[in-house]
Design a protein around this ligand. Structure first.
Ligand SMILES: Nc1ncnc2c1ncn2[C@@H]1O[C@H](COP(=O)(O)OP(=O)(O)OP(=O)(O)O)[C@@H](O)[C@H]1O
Ligand SMILES: [Mg+2]
Length: 369
């Protein structure tokens, strides 16, 4: 009866009310905003014009080459090929597209069996509903840079032999980890980090859709902390909105969530580095690390501060950057965070003090002259 009053229909069956409830629950279920605002069509993909132009031609009936997408995280690689495949195949997307990512087993055995078998099957150029569609399948190998060289090598012949029935789309962050023979079989597209104007527009749109209130400068701080990674920016915005329900988000919230070291701490560090006192530096860094800032974040910010420093000479900058690379490598290998930051800051102190002393001497010379 309740179902009848709601839907105006009788005999919806026992599953009737249950399914509508499920649907409602699904609608209300909180989805991560990155998924909610994932581009549904290639037209929604912002800033990656070359690849969008090629895919649009394919959707209109053109042929598709084997593709290799590479570029930094959160720039739209996975979204672009998924959106294009959905547009090309419509309802039969599941039958025509095989998507394998780093969470799937993709050793040489899987390439020999699963990928090869899928690639070998032939397909028609019409959908079950009679509409035309391209007579090939697409195999998406996401995060291909984590595939072993042997597995990549096993793809070479398959890619050539099945070129009549299958197109491959390899996606990776580091193109240097894809073997040369594979890259030469694909059209390469580099996905650029998104420009700040695009990020601003996209984040503003999402904030408006979700009814998020924010202070002036919040979007800019999201852009500054995301380094062209829209996924990171959207996730931070969502976390901040959860933190401040019914209130306005502030720039500090963004810095707090992203773990960025505040400017006052950075200025203090540079100041301590000019004192030429190891003890002071040690104490300052102990407090800084105790605050919970991550070493790699601190190193990134030291890098930016050094590169933009107006008094450090180029040779000093290069010495510091070399040490940043070494310490970063040691961190990746599991080195102690405090020791690595201390090591880097000792070099920073040496170079800053040298610069400081030579500037003082120059000034004295000028005075005598
Ligand atoms: N060019 C873009 N246009 C529109 N939205 C984008 C774009 N790039 C990223 N996004 C947003 O960021 C989210 C993540 O994008 P996606 O998964 O495609 O990144 P990716 O390049 O595959 O990253 P990764 O290298 O980490 O796999 C998407 O859900 C979407 O909301
Ligand atoms: Mg991806």
């Amino acid at each position: 009866m309740h179902a009848f009053l709601k839907t105006g229909k009788l005999g919806a069956g026992p599953a009737g009310p249950g399914t509508s409830k499920e649907k409602e629950a699904k609608k209300k279920a909180p989805t991560p905003w990155v998924e909610k605002y994932r581009p549904k069509s290639v037209d929604d993909v912002a800033y990656q014009d070359e690849v969008v132009a090629v895919l649009k031609k394919t959707i209109l009936g053109g042929d598709l080459p084997n593709l290799l997408f590479y570029g930094p995280p959160g720039t739209g690689k996975t979204s672009t090929i998924l959106a294009a495949s959905r547009q090309i195949f419509g309802d039969i997307f599941r039958q025509r597209v095989l998507e394998l990512n780093a969470s799937d087993e993709r050793g040489i055995q899987v390439v020999r069996e699963k990928v090869k078998n899928f690639a070998q099957t032939t397909v028609s150029n019409t959908r079950p509903d009679g509409k035309p569609c391209p007579p090939y399948k697409i195999i998406i190998l996401d995060e291909a840079d984590s595939m072993t060289s042997a597995a990549q090598a096993a793809l070479r012949r398959t890619m050539e032999k099945q070129s009549r029935t299958t197109r491959f789309c390899l996606i990776c962050n580091y193109v240097s980890r894809i073997i040369e023979p594979l890259t030469s079989r694909c059209s390469k597209f580099r996905f650029k980090p998104l420009a700040s104007g695009i990020l601003q527009k996209r984040l503003g749109y999402i904030a408006q859709e979700e009814g998020v209130d924010y202070d002036d400068g919040v979007l800019q701080s999201l852009i500054d902390t995301s380094e062209g990674d829209l996924r990171r920016a959207i996730t931070t915005l969502q976390s901040a909105s959860r933190l401040r329900v019914g209130e306005s988000i502030t720039c500090n919230d963004i810095y707090e969530i992203t773990g960025v070291v505040p400017d006052t701490w950075m200025a203090g560090l540079l100041e301590v580095c000019t004192t030429d006192s190891y003890q002071k530096l040690h104490d300052y860094l102990s407090t800084l690390v105790a605050e919970g800032f991550s070493a790699s974040q601190l190193m990134n910010q030291i890098h930016d501060a050094v590169v933009g420093h107006d008094r450090l000479s180029d040779s000093s900058k290069s010495a510091i950057c070399e040490r940043i690379a070494m310490c970063d490598n040691r961190l990746v290998d599991g080195g102690d965070e405090f020791l690595q930051v201390l090591d880097l800051c000792c070099v920073l102190m040496k170079e800053l003090c040298q610069t400081h002393n030579s500037t003082c001497l120059d000034n004295q010379d000028q005075f005598h002259l």
